[in-house]
Design a protein around this ligand. Structure first.
Ligand SMILES: [Zn+2]
Length: 253
């Protein structure tokens, strides 16, 4: 027989579950992929603000701002750059001018950013073509140096800025390439992987292919639930990512 006491307890349990679900959902940022020229910027929307992971190619600031305004009327709190390549930092300076949001990058990539440099010492496959075209593309797009406001270190928490996330160093594509790992398990790996024409470990541009292999292993071991690359608005296939083999060319370095 169901007593009123049992019914009361049941309602209490339901209430507690509902509150828990609400709390978990409220603390998880919503993810909005924004096509931003040659790469993808990600707007992470919390209850009170936006956080931007990467800032697209130069000249994308208006488009990014339009998209943010369309989603919600919230301030941009932080611009987090995964690495110093112009297709990821290109509009960062202009976005800071428009919003006042500080720009963050890892310590090892900060000098390249200050000088507006996109270093790609090692190339493979279509990366070789990219390297030949790079100076022309940079001149056309008018790549400008960016002075960062905040320098990130491996293991830094972004909680104090209002984003439940950790900075994980994943060097190899650049010396200071990072992955942003949200507390709930989503990983933004930047150019650690490529997605076009198919999902692979980064095999076009590197400063050190072995470092990329180690970084890939590191993120695979962390077992992310959802993975975003820096060049697609859609998450990559999780199982495919967890089983990716690194690209290790048989060359003397
Ligand atoms: Zn890159």
């Amino acid at each position: 027989m169901i007593t009123s006491r049992t019914r009361y307890n049941f309602v209490l349990i339901l209430l507690a579950v509902a509150l828990m679900v609400h709390y978990v959902n409220a603390s998880e940022p919503k993810i909005h992929g924004i096509k931003a020229g040659m790469s993808t910027a990600f707007a992470l929307e919390t209850d009170s603000a936006f956080f931007l992971i990467d800032a697209g190619s130069p000249g994308q600031e208006r488009g990014i701002m339009r998209k943010l305004k369309k989603i919600a009327s919230k301030p941009l709190k932080l611009i987090i750059l995964t690495h110093s390549h112009f297709d990821h930092f290109g509009s960062a300076g202009k976005l800071r001018e428009l919003t006042g949001a500080p720009i963050t990058i890892s310590a090892p990539d900060s000098q390249a950013l200050v000088e507006g440099r996109t270093d790609i010492p090692l190339t493979h496959s279509w990366g070789r073509v990219g390297k030949v075209l790079q100076p022309v593309v940079e001149a056309i797009l008018r790549v400008r140096p960016v002075i960062p406001d905040i320098i990130l270190h491996d293991g830094d928490s972004l909680d104090s800025y209002g984003l439940p996330a950790t900075v994980v160093f994943t060097p190899g594509h650049t010396p200071g390439a990072i992955t942003i790992f949200l507390r709930e398990g989503t990983a933004f790996v930047g150019d650690l992987i490529v997605v076009h024409p198919s999902l692979k470990a980064q095999n076009y541009y590197a400063t050190d292919w072995r470092d990329i292999a180690l970084s890939l292993k590191k993120i695979q071991m962390l077992n992310p639930t959802v993975i975003y690359s820096g060049h697609s608005q859609k998450p990559v296939d999780r199982d495919g990512f967890l089983h990716l083999s690194p690209f290790l060319p048989a060359v003397k370095q």
